[in-house]
Design a protein around this ligand. Sequence first.
Ligand code: NAP
Ligand code: F7E
Length: 362
Amino acid sequence: MAHRTPRGRALITGATGQDGAFLAELLLAKGYAVHAFARRTSGSNLGRVAHLLDGSPGRERRYVLHHGDMTDTASLMRVLAEVQPDEIYNLAAQSHVAVSFDAPEDTANTDALGVVRLLEAVRTLGLTDRCRIYQASTSELFGASPPPQDETTPFRPCSPYGAAKVCAYWMGVTYREAYGLHLSNGIAFNHESPLRGDSFVTRKITRAVARIAAGEREVLRLGNLDAARDWAHARDVVDGMWRMLQQPAPDDYVLATGESHSVRSFVDHALDAAGLTIRWEGEGVEEVGVEPRSGRVLVAVDPSLFRPRETRGMRGDAGKARRVLGWAPRTSFAELVAEMVRADLAAVKSEGETVVSPGIPA
Ligand code: NAP
Ligand code: F7E
């Protein structure tokens, strides 16, 4: 595949999130100047990118933080006018599906209307011809459509999040077709890493497993154990994002591994990576994961974590991205789970060291 020479300035919205952190690393390594668009909050939300801000020599100048909010048109206009980006990666979103049932208006404001604000800002500032846009679309567009899902699968969203992202997807396509904007939708399936937010199921599991392995008497409470997802590594997915914007023409692409695993299977792999095993007993809300030797319950079902509506099993077909972009996921499911568990075991160990004997690691 023929890549264009990197064009210089990239703007990342949602820069403080998991993907924003991996994408910044990728773009900096390719020689881009990276402009991070991030909310100003009362606490610090910069944990994942703090090392880029403090910066090793030379890096600081190429990673620039701008404050703004997808719900605030003026901030989008100001930052776009100042940065004049060549590439925009629109990753900002209220990205939690369960939260979107409790906060549908906030979700739609950022995830759907925020995209309209961004596209209108690009158009009115006269940036349509110079900048290329990646829109973070999602497998949640497919919702109730059965697997395997590809670019031709009907959109049947099952949550306010999915519905807002459907709106954003079509806004992008509309601006592409009406104004000739180089905008590509990446229809990414779930992707994870040690930087994943801890309210998503994978990180919730790996953090709990690490604490249990460290001796804490904790029960990991989960919702739907049968839910199945196509889990990739975030590092692989951000590479697909970049590849889309190097194409001569914009288009929409699924980014997925083609494998589907249940939440129960993720738990098994995570425990295995920490040297633990359980036996599953019972059914439905009575199902528990029991440590064989002690009979201790390590995992239990909590019906309050069920969602008002669930998607069908998720398994993406990324054949188009393979053919056109030369993209392929590099990290296997087992490697992904093991990497997350290793990182959380190390984090628990260092927390423990601080608690047990401050300043004097055991
Ligand atoms: P994430 O970790 O939840 O990060 C979301 C980012 O959006 C954070 O930086 C957050 O900032 C920012 N944000 C939220 N509301 C905002 C607003 N009103 N204005 C400006 N910024 C705002 O999500 P992620 O996993 O990196 O995902 C990146 C994108 O890909 C999202 O659009 C998500 O919907 C989409 N996606 C993710 C997956 C996945 O499995 N990870 C799959 C498909 C699509 P704060 O730090 O201030 O909260
Ligand atoms: O749930 C089930 C839950 O919250 C995965 C976002 O990045 O990917 C993500 O959305 C599955 C669901 O991710 C718990 O019911 C069981 O079926 O980790 P999750 P998600 O909803 O798939 C898509 C592609 C995005 O675009 C989103 O931005 O796991 N599940 N028990 C649980 N989920 C959570 N969070 N917590 C539980 O205790």
